[in-house]
Design a binder for this molecule. Structure first.
Ligand code: ADP
Length: 351
C-alpha cells in the first residue's frame, strides 16, 4: 500500500492496533453520550485480544474504529502503523484491506453459493473470477467445508455459516481479524468448535484477532489478553491469566465470577460463624500441594473448606478456595504467612 508523506505513519513495530486517547461522543436530543472516553489500548501483533463489557459499554464503537466505519471525536486509531481515523476515501479502501470482520449474524448473501460468498471480497478487489474461486476453495478447505462449496447459506447450520464467515474473512489474508460477538448466536459445543478454528487462524496465519464479547467464557477459551470496558472506558487490562487470577475492579471480578464463582452461597454464609475467611488463589502445581493438610498438621488449626474449584485456563489450572480457619490468633497469623509463600494470592474476605 502506498502512503503519502503527509500521512501519519508509525514506525514499524510489534503493535498491530493502537488507540491513542480515543473519545467518541454522540450528540443526542436527550443527552450526549460518551461512547468512548479517552481509550488507550495497544494490541500486539499476533495477539488474540478480547474486549469484554456489558451492553452499552462501548465495545461496538471501539471495534468500528478499527475498520474505520466510525471515527473518533478526538484521539487517533492506528492499524498496522497507519492512522485510520482521518483517511481520504481512496486510502480508506486500502486501509480496510488490512482488516476483516466476522459477525454474530454471519452476514452472508443468501442468493449466492458458499463458494461465491467467500470469493466476494476478492471479486470486489478486482481479482479474476477464476483466481477468486481458487483462493475461496482453499479458504473453505481450511475451515473444513470443502464439501459445501455449492450449497447456499440457507442450507447450512449456524456453526457452518460462521465457518463460511471465517473463510470469507481470511480469504484476503488480513493482518487483523475483528470478531463482533461471533459466537453469541451459537450453542456451547458449536461455540467451542468456532473458538478452536479462530485459534488455528491465529496460530497458522499469525493473524491478530480482536474480539468483542459480553461472555467471559469466550475470553477464557479464546483470548490471550483482555480489556474490561465500562461506560466507554477501559477500566482494567492484562493477560487473561492475570485478570482471572487477580481481578482488580468490581466489574472484572463480576465477569470472572461468571466463570469462576467468587461468592459464598447464601445458605452457607448463614451457618458460618465468625472465624476469619481467607480466599486463596493458586496455579498448577500449587493446586495439588496439600495446603489444607499443612494448616492442620503444622499449626493445629481447624479448617473448614467453604468453597473450592479448579478451572482450566490456557493450558494451566487455576484453583480458587475459600476457607474458614479457627484457632488462636498467633497460630492463624503464622498460618497466613505460611500460605502467602505458597499460593498466588491470599486475602481475608468478609462475608
Ligand atoms: P456495546 O457494543 O458495548 O453494547 P456501543 O458501542 O454500541 O456499546 O454503545 C455505547 C454507547 O453509545 C451506548 O450508550 C449507545 O447507546 C451509544 N451509541 C452507540 N451508537 C450510537 C449512535 N449511532 N447514536 C447515538 N448513540 C449511540
Amino acid at each position: 500500500m502506498s502512503r503519502s508523506p503527509s500521512h501519519e505513519v508509525d514506525a514499524p513495530s510489534d503493535i498491530a492496533v493502537r488507540f491513542e486517547r480515543v473519545s467518541r461522543r454522540y450528540e443526542r436530543a436527550d443527552a450526549p453520550v460518551n461512547a468512548l472516553d479517552g481509550v488507550d489500548l495497544s494490541i500486539r501483533r499476533g495477539d488474540i485480544f478480547g474486549v469484554i463489557g456489558h451492553s452499552g459499554a462501548g465495545k461496538s464503537t471501539l471495534i468500528r474504529m478499527v475498520n474505520a466505519l466510525d471515527s473518533p471525536t478526538s484521539g487517533a486509531v492506528f492499524v498496522d502503523g497507519v492512522n485510520v481515523s482521518d483517511l481520504s476515501a481512496g486510502r480508506l479502501r486500502d486501509a480496510r484491506k488490512t482488516t476483516a470482520m466476522i459477525f454474530q449474524q454471519f452476514q452472508l448473501l443468501e442468493t449466492v453459493t458458499v463458494l461465491d460468498n467467500v470469493a466476494m471480497p476478492l471479486r470486489l478487489d478486482g481479482v479474476s473470477r477464476r483466481e477468486a474461486r481458487e483462493r475461496a476453495t482453499e479458504a473453505l478447505q481450511f475451515v473444513g467445508l470443502s464439501d459445501r462449496v455449492g450449497s447456499y447459506p440457507g442450507q447450512l447450520s449456524g456453526g457452518q455459516k460462521q465457518r463460511v464467515g471465517i473463510a470469507r474473512a481470511i480469504v484476503r489474508n488480513p493482518a487483523v481479524l475483528l470478531c463482533d460477538e461471533a459466537t453469541s448466536a451459537l450453542d456451547p459445543s458449536t461455540t467451542l468448535q468456532i473458538i478452536d478454528l479462530l485459534r488455528r487462524v491465529n496460530r497458522e496465519y499469525g493473524t491478530t484477532i480482536l474480539v468483542i464479547t459480553h461472555e467471559m467464557d469466550v475470553i477464557k477459551d479464546l483470548c490471550h489478553t483482555v480489556a474490561v470496558m465500562e461506560d466507554g472506558r477501559v477500566v482494567e487490562q492484562g493477560s487473561v491469566m492475570e485478570v482471572f487470577v487477580q481481578p482488580q475492579t468490581p466489574i472484572a471480578r463480576s465477569f470472572v465470577g461468571t466463570v469462576i464463582p467468587q461468592e459464598i452461597p447464601g445458605r452457607v454464609r448463614a451457618r458460618m460463624g465468625t472465624a476469619p475467611l481467607w480466599r486463596l488463589r493458586f496455579l498448577d502445581d500449587e493446586v495439588t500441594t496439600p495446603i489444607v493438610g499443612g494448616l492442620i498438621s503444622e499449626f493445629g488449626l481447624q479448617v473448614n473448606i467453604l468453597h473450592a474449584d479448579m478451572t482450566d485456563l490456557q493450558e494451566r489450572t487455576v484453583g480458587h478456595m475459600i476457607i474458614q480457619v479457627e484457632g488462636p490468633q498467633d497460630r492463624r497469623d503464622a498460618a497466613y504467612a505460611y500460605l502467602a509463600e505458597r499460593v498466588v494470592s491470599i486475602e481475608e474476605v468478609f462475608a
